[in-house]
Design a protein around this ligand. Structure first.
Ligand code: SF4
Length: 63
């Protein structure tokens, strides 16, 4: 399971604050693009959801 990323919500003009709070390194940001989630690393803890002020991340479905 992993979080969903709705990239259209990201203004893509800053360093993503959620990357720093992810405990597993599951978020990867190239430049100022909206981050990608490495599904195998994400434990669905929800920290990135709370840190992103634009609501880019949302809980993924349990698989
Ligand atoms: S839910 Fe947790 S583990 Fe998954 S990307 Fe967000 S902060 Fe990282």
């Amino acid at each position: 399971m992993s979080v969903n990323v709705e990239k259209f919500r990201c203004p893509s003009n800053h360093k993503c604050p959620s990357v720093k709070v992810c405990p597993t390194g599951a978020l990867v940001q190239k430049g100022f693009d909206a981050p990608d989630v490495i599904d195998d690393l994400c434990i669905n803890c929800g920290k990135c959801i709370r840190f992103c002020p634009h609501g880019v991340f949302s809980k993924g479905d349990a698989k």
